[in-house]
Ligand binder design. Structure first.
Ligand SMILES: C[S@@+](CC[C@H](N)C(=O)[O-])C[C@H]1O[C@@H](n2cnc3c(N)ncnc32)[C@H](O)[C@@H]1O
Length: 226
């Protein structure tokens, strides 16, 4: 199963916007931490609806945004959601990133990196594209310490890489990216119902829901190109 087969149908069903709404809770904090300057070139890997680049154009006046996605329907929707000529959407795979060496200031990715078939190779590709001092802000909700995320693989045919925090740091290091920061960002916006509402359709206990969103939330690993 390819990203195209899996995610084209998600885009056709409008799930790109649903992801945007949910992921924004923590993605906006990741975007706010990025050291972007006016005029910078930024790549969003697995861009989905393209919300990250639209936000960075508004908040940081980036000069150029490239949203890459393996699903053509996702890229088409993302292009439809903006009329900003400085933001473009490309169809491509994490295996071979279609930008020149040292051509990118910063790379962002939210809830997508773990779909890479060969994640170390993808990190090496990111390192190749980044100019010295450029950064990769890699945000994932699917990771080892976030136990509630473990079942997600059962619902998707693409193989997902479930690293822990230390494995993320080691992989960045192996690909030649210095780890400048690693953090977990809590989702404080998701509504957690009172104890008497549990079990719900999705959660057996309130404690499990708190663990998923407030304790673990999103894992952010930041790599810097030397
Ligand atoms: C869970 S969605 C996240 C989308 C968006 N970043 C967000 O936060 O809502 C993952 C995205 O990554 C894309 N994707 C998955 N595997 C990919 C691959 N190997 N190459 C390129 N894009 C891929 C999917 O098509 C999908 O749009």
């Amino acid at each position: 199963m390819s990203a195209r087969e899996e995610f084209d149908s998600w885009a056709a069903e409008g799930r790109d916007k649903g992801m945007e709404d949910r992921h924004w809770h923590t993605a906006k904090h990741v975007l706010a931490r990025m050291p972007v300057e006016a005029g910078d070139a930024v790549v969003d890997l697995g861009t989905g609806s393209g919300y990250a680049l639209r936000a960075l154009r508004e908040t940081a006046d980036i000069g150029r945004g490239y949203g890459l996605d393996g699903a053509p329907e996702m890229a088409r929707n993302a292009a439809d959601y903006t009329d900003d000529d400085a933001v473009g959407f490309l169809v491509g795979d994490f295996d071979a990133l279609p930008l020149a060496d040292n051509s990118v200031d910063h790379v962002f990715s939210m809830e997508a990196f773990y779909y890479a078939r060969d994640p170390i190779h993808t990190l090496t590709e990111i390192r190749r594209m980044l100019r010295p001092g450029g950064t990769f802000y890699c945000a994932v909700n699917y990771y080892e310490e976030n136990e509630a995320s473990h079942t997600w693989q059962d619902n998707i045919a693409i193989e997902m890489t479930r690293w822990n925090r230390a494995e993320y740091r080691a992989a960045f290091d192996e690909a030649g990216l210095h780890v400048a920061e690693q953090d977990t960002i809590a989702d404080r916006e998701i509504d957690i119902p009172p104890a008497e509402a549990f079990p719900t359709e999705d959660w057996e206990t309130r404690a499990a829901m708190i663990d998923r969103y407030r304790t673990w939330g999103t894992l952010l690993t930041v790599g810097v190109a030397p």
